[in-house]
Design a protein around this ligand. Sequence first.
Ligand code: GLU
Length: 460
Amino acid sequence: MTVCTRFAPSPTGDLHIGSVRTALYCWLYAKRHQGHYILRIEDTDLARSTPEAVRVIIDGLGWLGLTADEPPIFQTKRFDRYREVIDAWLAKGIAYRCYCSTERLAAMRETQLANKAKPRYDRYCLQHQPSDPALPYVVRFKNPSDGQVVVHDAVLGDVVFDNQELDDLIIARSDGTPTYNFTVVVDDHDMKITHVIRGNDHLNNTPRQINMLAAMGAPLPIYAHIPMILGEDGKKLSKRHGAASVLEYQTMGFLPVAIINYLARLGWSHGDQEIFSIDELIQHFDIYDVHKSPSAFDMEKLRWLNQHYLKTLPPSEVIPYLQVHMQALNLDVTKGPALELLIATYAERVHTLLTLAERARPYYQNDITIDASLLAKHVNAEAKQALEVLSVKLTALTVWDLPSLQTALDATLADTGIKLGVWGPALRVALLGDAASPPLAQTLMLMGREKSLSRLAAVY
Ligand code: GLU
């Protein structure tokens, strides 16, 4: 049996970070078993589905490297197939036409509620079909009326549902369009899905889907319902908590590998290991090890992981992502230090690519503006005197490297006798417009000869 998983988003909004985790688990599980992973766009809700949302899903998953093993499948391209199955089910008596008017359904519901009964369709149309078959109708699935459905869930264990609780579900509306639970069943069957991994907000749909698969004589997939991701207040992670969509994490400057590693661990563990390569995740991930209880999103941990990757990945793997942020800030990467050097110098000091790009600004821009209050606070007469001496020594350097720069800084200290605490911040303000920076020799190194000398000359 080839393991086959699917991620089945509805393209009605942002790609939620919780959905990305579902996609990741589907992808990892398929990879682990040399299986097949499908992206199925569930776009049958024509009023709410948008092409932009489809783009966000495809781009977001592509950015994270969670690519499917075949082009995305769109449910709207499968209406003929759904029609064919509805006709077959009608012919076999698995489904029936229901002509009940909304008034009749509303009155029935009212009576049931008044009798403290659970509102459900009374199957009137199973016995009564109208004399005029041209009347509008919906199609209902004939759900078993008694017995139980047991969902053997890979995460939650056995979950039991009474068929009495389940209605005869509408599978086609009066305009002929198929409904959600039905299309999922047809697709999971046609696409030979072996493992349905999805958010546990779908758990209540599962007994209905199992009944439909059973009525078709189809094998049941293994279900795995994963708990939701919570915000720090214990409520479902949403916009209110800050970022919930994957694009926002991209904009904030997270690396795909950090997000993957973070989401994999959010709700799953393998011993005490915190950091996994993608290969290790593929090797160890098991849907049966996913935790039952919801996990809370921890931004600080994600930031820590991101910095870990900034510090440890080969710079060539960080540069393409950093360039996107540099471009967004209109920085010309050819007008400043090599990005390898920038990353090596700043990885200890920043957690995100966005902050790195912001800190990089003075190294790549021709001019900087220095806040008057910073100048007044740090660049006093004594500091200026030291900067002028330093400037002479820097001008005389034949090579602009860390040892030569350090020698020039040491000599300035020795020759002027002015404390570094006086002119160090002044040098930083002159170079960057900011009193904090990496060590002075490194800052000068990154800034380069030309910009360093002209910026020094501008303040003393
Ligand atoms: N389209 C559904 C959603 O976006 C998922 C359906 C499923 O995974 O079965 O919530």
